[in-house]
Design a protein around this ligand. Structure first.
Ligand SMILES: *Cc1c(COP(=O)(O)O)cnc(C)c1O
Length: 377
């Protein structure tokens, strides 16, 4: 008998699920996680919050996640020095789910989303799943936004959603407040929403403001955040967004009922009460990032500007062999973005040292490197 062929949607046939390889090696620097696990004290508190939630698991959770949204509003108000109210906050299972709500609400058949590659590899998937046409305006050679081309494309394509990651993944580059304001205005002029994906906001260098601070000036802007990176809670799956209350109300329409479990809500509230512990390693990670950059540059690599917890470096003639050589030495990084580049997350000082050591061993072989002057492709 022939193998069963499920009646899958035409546009999904033959596609593989998204995701970086999850290999069991010593040094995992491939998905921009925070390398520091919760302290025993925080782990106990998280356990207690699960126990508490467990006592009422026969009931559905708070559909509106009010306590958690309030805690996130308080955190954002303090982090960005802007007033954030609970009605301006949305929360879901990772900022990936927040983004799928945004696309469900503001994208859709016959509509256009615009993005700036190289950028987050999930954006094409969000567009596909919401039947939104994706249009790209490539970044400049140093991974900045090409403002002239972008504003022209916005006028021309009239996107209902513009997706801008800042700091960007996989490059690490942040977009200036002036450019973000100009993009918000250009998008408003065609009736669209500007989504600023700030998954890495807490790692930004001094002087880089968060777009949360300018939400009041741009009612068509949504800023998304996550607890997966700086907050060291990737396993809990909590992402959130800040926007005008009318925007948040629209997201409430498209979410599935009870989308965020009582366990997740409880754990996230507890984690937020430990914000000082969770963020105590931020400065160390920022310093390690800057050190990693210098270590890579002193070896002749080109490294993109990074306001995130990773470095994007190159340029390789054969990055696959470099990636494999590192895996053979117990170090997992990420093969993503333009061909000649690799991305490495910032780990603990020990992990970062292991990475540099392994890289030195792998790249003694200079035919892995591309010729040329070190400019980007
Ligand atoms: C990691 C990341 C996210 C966060 O995803 P979660 O679903 O919150 O874990 C969002 N956007 C970008 C650009 C990222 O790199």
């Amino acid at each position: 008998m022939a193998e069963f062929q499920p009646p899958v949607r035409e546009d999904l046939r033959g596609l593989a699920p998204y995701g970086a390889p999850q290999l069991d090696v010593d040094v995992r620097l491939n998905v921009n996680e925070n390398p520091f696990a919760p302290s025993p004290e925080l782990a106990r508190a998280l356990g207690a919050s699960v126990t508490e939630a467990a006592q009422t698991l026969n009931r559905y959770p708070d559909r509106e996640c009010v306590e958690l949204r309030q805690a996130l509003a308080d955190y954002l108000s303090q982090e960005s020095s802007a007033e954030c109210a609970v009605e301006s906050i949305w929360v879901a299972n990772g900022s990936n789910e927040v983004m799928s709500h945004i696309m469900a609400a503001f994208g859709g058949p016959g509509r256009v989303a615009l993005t700036f590659p190289p950028t987050y590899s999930m954006y094409p998937e969000y567009a596909r799943e919401s039947f939104t046409t994706l249009v790209s305006v490539p970044r400049t050679t140093d991974f900045q936004i090409d403002m002239a081309a972008s504003t022209a494309a916005i006028e021309d394509q009239r996107p209902s959603v513009v997706l801008l990651a800042s700091p960007n993944n996989p490059t690490g580059t942040a977009v200036s407040a002036d450019d973000i304001a100009a993009l918000a205005q250009a998008t408003a002029d065609v009736g669209g929403m500007l989504v600023v994906d700030e998954a890495y906001a807490e790692f930004r260098r001094p002087g880089q403001p968060s777009s949360v601070a300018s939400l009041a000036d741009h009612p068509n802007m949504i800023v998304t955040r996550t607890m997966s990176k700086a907050f060291a809670m990737a396993g809990a799956r909590v992402g959130y967004a800040a926007a005008a209350p009318s925007v948040i109300d629209t997201l409430r329409v498209v979410r599935l009922p009870y989308h965020l479990s009582a366990v997740t809500q409880s754990v996230a509230c507890t984690a937020l009460a430990f914000v000082e512990e969770l963020q105590s390693n931020l400065q160390l990670l920022r310093d390690e990032r800057d050190r990693m950059r210098r270590d890579l540059e002193s070896r002749g690599f080109v490294v993109a500007d990074s306001d995130a917890n990773f470095c994007f470096f190159g340029r390789f003639r054969d990055r696959r062999r470099v990636w494999e050589g590192l895996v053979d030495r117990g170090v997992l990084i990420r093969e993503t973005g333009p061909d000649q580049w690799l991305r490495v997350s910032v780990g603990t000082p020990q992990e970062n040292a292991r990475f540099i050591e392994a890289l030195d061993e792998v790249v003694v072989d200079s035919d892995l490197m591309s010729d040329g002057d070190g400019g980007s492709t």
